[in-house]
Design a protein. Structure first.
Length: 99
């Protein structure tokens, strides 16, 4: 439980830092393409993945709990998928990983 609360706090505090590192900081995360994700520093990519997974299609947080262990395994897979198709929407790439 403490991990989940810590992660939610981390996501909230790092959101502004992550968007500052993105290729286009004014673009909402719900509209990011894979190339925007690849423009983020490697150390911030897991934070982007966790925040993007918590958003629904309307850009609102969907769940209060984030799968911390899943993020560490999905981030490298997402980087590989985004390198193969940089024009794909980030949320679509994440949805493809869940299947």
């Amino acid at each position: 439980m403490k991990k989940h609360l810590l992660m939610i706090g981390l996501i909230g505090s790092m959101t502004f830092a992550v968007t500052g590192q993105a290729a286009d900081a004014k673009k909402p995360l719900a509209l990011w393409q894979c190339q925007d994700f690849l423009g983020v520093q490697e150390t911030y990519r897991p934070v982007v993945v966790s925040y993007a997974e918590a958003l629904n299609n309307k850009g609102k947080p969907e769940e209060a709990v984030v799968d911390v262990e899943g993020i560490s395994t999905r981030t490298p897979m997402l980087v590989k998928q985004c390198n193969e198709n940089p024009k794909q929407m980030l949320r679509d790439a994440l949805a493809g990983l869940k299947k």
